[in-house]
Structures are given as C-alpha cells and as structure tokens.
Write a protein that binds this ligand. Structure first.
Ligand code: ZN
Length: 383
C-alpha cells in the first residue's frame, strides 16, 4: 500500500486521496496521489511541503498538489522542480510540471521509503549539531538570547573577541523558516571563518561576527514557510517586536542595540526568481552618499567573491515602500546608519548556471556562505 506522511521535523503535506492499488499502465504500475499544501500553523501562508512516501518502489507516482493557486507565491511554481531523497542526505530534483494551477510531481521512486520536499531541508537536529560543533571552536561562543514562542532556544554565535576597535558584523538567517538555503549558507560561512583560513584571521583582527543561524526555530520544526509559531512574519516585526508575538526579533534586536551594528546581512530565499541577488538599503530616506557608495562597493565585492551572484535581476526599488522599516535590513540600515542588505538565493535554480540534477541546493548555498567571507573582508578593507 502506498502511504504519505509528514509527522516529523519540518514535515508538511495534506493527503486528499491515493489510488488504493497501482493501476497497470503501458509503462508499468502507476498511482495517482492528490495532495494539498497545508498553511503555516497559525497563518494563511502556504508553500512549503516535505513528506515521506512509502510503498511505491517501481510505481510511477503522479503526485498532484492541487491548491498551488492559493499558495503564498503562485509565481514560484512555473519552472520549479521538487527535490527528493532516498537516504535523507543526498537530494536531487525530480520531474515536475505546473499545469492549470496544479503542481504535478511525476516520479517513480527506486525504493519503498523516499522523501520529497520543496527544497533541501535543514533539520532541527542539524541546527543543534552545528551549534555544538561551533561551540567546540576556540574562536567562537554560543549564547542563548532567550526563548521562542514554543520555548526553543534563540542562539547567537559570536566569532572573535569583542574589542572597542573592532567592527560588529551581523549575519542572520531563516526569519522565514521554509528558506532553508539560508541556514545552509550560515553553515558554510561558519565553517570558513572557523577554519584554517588567512582571510578569516584577517577578518577577526578587525571585526567580531555575530551570527544567528536560525531566527525561527519554531517555524522550522513546524514546517512553516514564512511565520513563527504565533503566525507572525518576523521580517515585518523590526519596528515593534514583542516578547509575546515575536520574541525572536525582540531578543536579537535588543542584542544589536546592546553591542551595536556596523554591517548587517539578512539571508533569505526567493520562491520566484531563479537568481542570487541582493536587496540593499540605498532607497532609504536620508541615506548618506557614503552609505550608498559603500553598498555599491560591497555588491562589487560579492560579485567578485561569489560566481553565482548577479546584479541584473532583483526586486524593484520601491517594492516594500509602505512597510519599509518593519523589514530587518531596512530597520538596521536606518537605525545603525550602516551597510545593511538582504541576500536572496533561489528555490529553483540559478538560471545563469543551471544544474539539471540538483538545481539550487544546500551545497551551493553552503559554498556561497563560505565565499561571502571574502566580500565581508573587502568591506572591512582587509583584502
Ligand atoms: Zn525570506
């Protein structure tokens, strides 16, 4: 019997129906599954899915996800391909098409126990493994800032010894929990800065890194796309966070005000655009010429350091005008008068350098995180 389940970390799917017995078709046994995207636990956003498919070895499964037209980003589905794994380590793209508002994943699993997801997951266990590994480094400290809505730890990694002459470099990820590429990025950045690396040593002479690998551990574990356990989009909370509804932002923002910010990078994923790009702060009212120049220099440094990065495609400048200062990078850029940008990586692929087998992936996001250290170094003037 073919079954679908999602009762595990970050799991998310609704089952409408599954053919009771595989039908014998010309190409072999085939089954039809009708599935739906569930909403985030306390909001209307839906896009993330992650499920286990059992008992379908050698059966061609047409998995129809029928409510994609009601998803948060319907434009995220054309040209999109789902990822699958047979060992929960290696993820690859599988044949997927989008027809009349329905996403159809058409795949014949090679084993009786496989997983499918919107993007390569970054599990809660891996998150804790990363923190424990980082805490073992002499260069880093892991501190708990407080608790999320569900009571999970909000952890801050501090790399380097704070000193009055040092710049304060902040990097945060996964305000939107379904954007798992953001934490893969952080893993790569941490590995590079904690490894034997001349650039890392030079950076840590001049700066302290404050890194929040996962701003939204509740949403991550619950399989949410965009919100925390209270149904709040954390990247709209930066003007007025509360301990009640958005403690994740409240705690991190309070720490920023305590230690200061000279550089801020907020790492995200974009459902629609098949490119890596930066959304900057040059459009903020009253932005100084020096800050605008610094941002342009940094973007050039990212172009030089990260081959996947490009500047042709991105958000229109006025996209967030009404709610501008509720966004992390705009709030921080405005409040601390510093370099402050949002990095977006694709869910689909990098159309400039497509990978037929993997599309955009955890590995590519991790590589991007490692490469970003050179761009940070350039901003600090150490390379
Ligand atoms: Zn995001």
């Amino acid at each position: 019997m073919i079954t679908v389940s999602s009762a595990f970390d970050a799991g998310a799917i609704e089952v409408v129906s599954i053919s009771p017995e595989p039908a014998l078709e010309a190409g072999g046994p085939a089954a039809r599954l009708r599935l739906k995207l569930p909403t985030d636990n306390a909001s209307d956003f839906r896009q993330w899915f992650y499920f286990r498919l059992q008992g379908a070895r050698g059966v061609r499964c047409a998995m129809h996800v029928t409510n994609c037209a009601q998803s948060a980003y319907p434009e995220g589905w054309p040209e999109y391909r789902a990822v699958a794994s047979t060992d929960r380590q290696h993820w690859f793209r599988v044949p997927t098409r989008f027809e009349h508002g329905v996403l159809i994943i058409d795949w014949t699993p090679p084993t009786d126990d496989v997983y499918l997801a919107y993007f390569e997951p970054y599990s809660s266990e891996r998150h804790l493994d990363l923190l424990a590994r980082v805490a073992g480094s002499e260069r880093a400290r892991v501190t708990r800032l407080g608790a999320s809505v569900d009571g999970r730890d909000i952890d801050l990694v501090t790399v380097g010894e704070p000193a009055p002459h040092k710049k304060r470099v902040w990097v945060i990820a996964r305000q939107h929990p379904g954007e798992t590429m953001a934490e893969w990025f952080i893993e790569g950045l941490l590995e590079r800065v904690l490894g034997a690396c001349a650039v890392a040593a030079a950076v840590l002479e001049k700066a302290v890194l404050y890194i929040v690998p996962n701003m939204n551990p509740d949403g991550s574990a619950r399989g949410n796309l965009r919100t925390n356990a209270a149904g709040v989009n954390l990247n709209r909370e930066w003007l007025h966070p509360t301990l009640d509804k958005s403690p994740e932002v409240f705690l991190v923002r309070a720490k920023m005000h305590e230690v200061g910010v000279d550089f801020f990078l907020d790492v995200h994923g974009d459902e629609s655009l098949p490119y890596v790009f930066i959304d900057g702060s040059h459009m903020l009212p009253g932005r100084s010429a020096a800050n605008i120049e610094r941002e342009a220099r940094f973007i050039k440094a990212v172009s030089a350091a990260c081959p996947d990065f490009q500047t042709e495609h991105g958000y229109a400048f006025d996209r967030f005008s009404e709610e501008l200062l509720t966004l992390a990078s705009k709030y921080v850029g405005h409040t601390f008068n510093c370099l402050s940008v949002t990095l977006e990586m694709p869910f689909k692929d990098n159309a400039n350098q497509p990978d037929a087998q993997h599309g955009w992936s955890g590995a590519r996001s991790r590589t991007m995180g490692a490469q970003m250290l050179a761009a940070i170094a350039a901003d600090l003037g150490v390379t």
